[in-house]
Design a binder for this molecule. Structure first.
Ligand code: ATR
Length: 273
């Protein structure tokens, strides 16, 4: 029998997840159907349960439901707990199990696809919202030499760093504190690019950097990437690789088979110019 999966979000029409999972299923010969569901803003829980009760095996969760889906889960795996949010659910009898593959998807894209090792490197992450939170643990697990979180609202970065103190050293600061600092990898995890805004990061942080990574995808050269390009950063990337890699992790979790990601990333990439 065909197993059913779906992504739930609102809005959802833009989602590439059905295409990604259909491609993975085809490639690995898994018998599954994957659809997109526009979740009601005031009734996520009922919609998720209805999908499960109709035989659904798992769901991806996207904005604005990542926190609420986490709250309704009966079991929360470590990555979801540390992110305080979920992007993937698995239904096991009456259990709703939550994980979060956003951070590992990002780290896999940087290390495996872009070929930039994070161990011993200086990493700067801009932003202290949900996207930054989800990425912290997988980054720290790679043992960077330094991991700095800069945020417009400094207290949010400080609170985040305090929460994550146990797995590794994090420094929290405001943008002004970055003057004179240098990094190997700079990641934009703010939502500024969605409005074509530029976080107030001093251009000198890019001097000597190997990679500037924009979490948003399909937006071409965002103000952040343009700044990095002008500062001479040799490698620029947006979040399309992260999108495909997090999907691959969910696919492995659900199906026990690892799909190939390279050709799909190539197909979905919008040139950065
Ligand atoms: P998400 O889940 O996408 O991370 P969020 O939790 O609302 O969304 O967080 C948005 C992040 O982008 C925050 O770190 C926010 O900074 P503040 O905490 O100071 O609000 C950051 N952000 C959004 N627009 C920004 C801008 N124009 N410049 C700098 N930071 C910005």
């Amino acid at each position: 029998m065909t197993d059913r999966y779906a992504v739930i979000g609102n809005p959802i029409a833009h989602s590439k997840s059905p295409l990604i999972h259909a491609t993975f299923a085809n490639q690995t010969q898994q018998d599954l159907e994957y659809t997109a569901i526009e979740g009601p803003l005031d009734g996520l829980e009922a919609r998720v349960r209805a999908f499960r009760d109709a035989g659904g095996k798992g769901m991806n969760v996207t904005a604005p439901f990542k926190l609420r889906a986490y709250e309704m889960a009966t079991d929360r795996l470590e990555r979801a707990q540390l992110a305080g949010a979920t992007n993937a659910l698995k239904f096991e009898a009456d259990r709703i199990v939550a994980d979060n593959f956003d951070g590992i998807g990002l780290v896999n894209d940087i290390q495996r696809n872009l070929g930039v090792a994070l161990a011993g490197r200086r990493v700067l992450m801009l932003g202290a919202g949900g996207a930054a939170r989800g990425a912290l643990l997988p980054f720290l697990a790679q043992a960077p030499q330094a991991f700095v979180v800069a945020n417009r609202t400094v207290e949010k970065a400080v609170a985040l760093a305090r929460e994550f103190d146990a797995p590794g050293p994090i420094v929290a600061c405001g943008y002004g504190d970055l003057v004179g600092e240098r990094f190997d990898v700079v990641v934009n995890a703010t939502s500024a690019s969605l409005r074509a805004e530029l976080p107030p990061v001093p251009a000198e942080v890019f001097a000597g950097a190997t990679l500037a990574y924009e979490l948003a995808y399909g937006k071409g050269l965002t103000p952040f990437l343009r700044l990095a390009q002008n500062a001479g950063v040799p490698r620029l990337a947006d979040g399309v690789g992260m999108l495909v890699e997090q999907a691959a992790e969910a696919f492995v979790w659900w199906r026990g088979v690892r799909p190939q990601t390279q050709s799909l990333i190539k197909r979905l990439t919008v040139p950065l110019n």
